[in-house]
Every structure is written in structure tokens, then in C-alpha cells.
Design a protein around this ligand. Structure first.
Ligand SMILES: CC(C)(COP(=O)(O)OP(=O)(O)OC[C@H]1O[C@@H](n2cnc3c(N)ncnc32)[C@H](O)[C@@H]1OP(=O)(O)O)[C@@H](O)C(=O)NCCC(=O)NCCS
Length: 160
């Protein structure tokens, strides 16, 4: 049996935020996400737990005409164990209606999009490569783990 529990957080506490930040710092770089990001009023946070340890988080925003998947992040040690799949199963079973317009953003680095298979599996198709949208902030407002002399990552937009 998969020991991972998926839980949506109505109220997230400081310990949970620091666990999410730890994952984000390792995957994306320091200050890519801040404590305030996890406290944003419109952001809905879903976490994956192994006992009391957060091993991944998934965030989305519902607005009037669309739902945006903002971030999906699974701790390095826990990747490729179907936690990303569990997040999207939860999302499609409990949150989204078939008629909703969905949008998701994914990183492309070294010609690879880690979230590509996951998005395709759940009917989210590539719509547009938005290019290096972090260029002005990369290694300035956050320390990107991919930075090599210049910004490396492209943002790819997916939708249903
Ligand atoms: C993308 C990510 C969330 C997937 O989570 P996961 O728990 O590893 O996903 P799953 O185990 O459910 O695998 C789902 C699919 O994604 C593929 N996948 C997982 N990690 C991958 C990676 N690093 N590179 C390429 N494909 C990957 C798997 O092969 C799988 O496809 P399959 O059906 O062929 O097996 C996770 O790798 C991650 O956090 N990556 C870094 C952060 C990131 O890029 N987030 C997305 C943009 S915000």
C-alpha cells in the first residue's frame, strides 16, 4: 500500500511552511518561494505526507474563468514514486469540473520538462512556450539551481 497521504490545507502552519520551503529551495532555489507565497489568500495548498513529513506540495488558484495549477513539487528522494500522479488524481477527482478551463505552467531545462508526462497523462496539452520569463529575476531575487552564467529555464504553458 502507498503510505503517502494527500491533504488539502485550509490553514497552513509555520512548520508545514518551512517543510514546503525546504523542498522548494532544493528543487527551484532559495527565495523562489517565500513564506508569504504559502500564505497568499487565493492560493490553495495540497500536501503529500509520509507520516508527519511533507514530501511534496501542489498549489492552485481558482479564478472566475479558469483554474491555474501554480506549482507541483516532489522532494528529490520521493520523485518517480507516483506522488505527482496522486496530486493530479486528487485534483481531478475533488476539485475540477470537466467543463473548467485549466492552465498549468512547467519548467523546461536542458530540453526536458519534468512535468510533461504528468500533464499529458491528465489531458493537459502543451499550448505555448513562454520563453525565459524569469530572466530578470533569475539569480537576483532568487538563487536558481539551474543558473549557469545566464538564466536557463523556459516556461511552458499547458491547458486542457
Ligand atoms: C514533475 C514532478 C512533480 C513529478 O512528480 P513525481 O512524483 O516524480 O511523478 P510520478 O512518479 O507520478 O510520475 C509521473 C510521470 O512523470 C515522469 N517524471 C517524473 N519525474 C520526472 C523527471 N524529473 N523528468 C522527466 N519525467 C519525469 C514519470 O516518468 C512519470 O511518467 P510515466 O507515466 O511515464 O511513469 C517531480 O519530478 C518534481 O517535483 N520535479 C521538479 C519540480 C518541477 O519541475 N515541477 C514542475 C514545474 S512547477
Amino acid at each position: 500500500m502507498n503510505p503517502i497521504r494527500i491533504e488539502e490545507k485550509k490553514l497552513i502552519n509555520d512548520i508545514e511552511i518551512s517543510q514546503c520551503l525546504h523542498i522548494s529551495n532544493n528543487l527551484f532555489g532559495i527565495h523562489y518561494h517565500s513564506k508569504n507565497y504559502f500564505l497568499e489568500k487565493n492560493l490553495i495548498i495540497v500536501i503529500a505526507l509520509n507520516e508527519d513529513e511533507i514530501v511534496g506540495f501542489f498549489t492552485y488558484i481558482i479564478s472566475k474563468n479558469k483554474t491555474v495549477i501554480d506549482c507541483i513539487a516532489v522532494d528529490n528522494k520521493w520523485q518517480r514514486k507516483k506522488i505527482g500522479t496522486l496530486f493530479l488524481e486528487y485534483f481531478f477527482k475533488n476539485i475540477v469540473n470537466p467543463k473548467d478551463k485549466l492552465v498549468a505552467y512547467a519548467w523546461k531545462v536542458d530540453n526536458q520538462i519534468p512535468a510533461n508526462n504528468l500533464n499529458l497523462k491528465f489531458g493537459l496539452k502543451k499550448v505555448e512556450n513562454l520563453g525565459k520569463i524569469w530572466k530578470e529575476e533569475c539569480n537576483k531575487s532568487f538563487q536558481c539551481i539551474q543558473f549557469k552564467n545566464t538564466c536557463q529555464c523556459e516556461c511552458v504553458l499547458y491547458s486542457n
